[in-house]
Design a protein around this ligand. Structure first.
Ligand code: DC
Length: 238
């Protein structure tokens, strides 16, 4: 169990492994809140892009200052980042943000800022958090840690289906696979599988199956923890 009293389910994995949608769905099923740490890196990047300064000269200090305009607020079963009080969902998924976010995510002070926001969100709720290092740097004592992986071709295919709303051609998938593998390389330092994470390869799983497995794992772990604490209580003096 984590240091706080609340349950923390950490889902990590590479780009387009389906972490966020799976985490969102698991949170809904368990009546937990979902926190997408990647969205915070994207929001810091978007806030900095809005300043309109040359990307080459961005400093860690400037990005941290820009990030002060970002607030993480509860929305439904999730948290969403706002910039200057405005919803920015589309901007966060846009090409410009995607192009620069890895660099922003490599800045240690920005990582501290994101991690503080995520921990704050987890303070008052049971949460499903997703990212690259949730089970290692941010919640080393998470109730359950899952690391999602999938074959790069399949990740590229899923991403294109989502973007295009149709079946992509092999040529399109091949091109997207190349981009994805480059992103994997840029994010490699940050993407860490915890030693005690349960690895789930989703290449041949439907999203329903992934969600079912994780929900079953959460139930098993929380049941085990409550049995263990009941036994501990019984074995005390008196
Ligand atoms: O999961 P995503 O594509 O929204 O992540 C955006 C970027 O943030 C990506 O470059 C990886 C990085 N990231 C990170 O370094 N650590 C996290 N916990 C989450 C995301």
């Amino acid at each position: 169990m984590n240091g706080a009293q609340h349950v923390v389910i950490a889902i990590d994995g590479p780009a387009a492994s389906g972490k966020s949608s799976t985490a969102q769905w698991v949170a809904q099923q368990l009546a937990f809140r979902h926190v997408d740490s990647g969205a915070l890196y994207r929001a810091a990047t978007a806030a900095q892009l809005r300043r309109g300064t040359g990307e080459e000269s961005w400093t860690e200090e400037e990005v941290c200052e820009a990030a002060r305009k970002v607030r993480l607020v509860p929305r439904g079963t999730s948290f969403t980042p706002l910039i200057d009080g405005q919803s920015v969902d589309e901007e966060l998924r846009g090409l410009e943000v995607t192009k620069h976010v890895s660099r922003v995510a490599s800045m240690p002070r920005v990582r501290d800022w994101v991690n503080d926001r995520v921990r704050e969100a987890a303070r008052d709720h049971d949460v499903v958090v997703d990212g690259r290092d949730m089970g290692t740097a941010v919640f080393p004592d998470a109730t359950l840690k899952v690391f999602l992986v999938a074959d790069p071709w399949e990740r590229a295919r899923r991403r294109l289906v989502q973007q295009l709303g149709r079946s992509p051609t092999d040529e399109e998938i091949a091109e997207e696979t190349g981009r994805l593998v480059q992103r994997d390389a840029r994010d490699a330092t940050q993407t860490v599988q915890a030693k005690d994470a349960i690895l789930i390869d989703t290449t041949y799983l439907t999203q329903e199956e992934q969600v079912e497995r994780i929900v079953a794992l959460v139930k098993a772990v929380t049941q085990r923890d409550s049995t263990t604490s009941a036994v501990d209580d019984d074995s005390g003096p008196g």
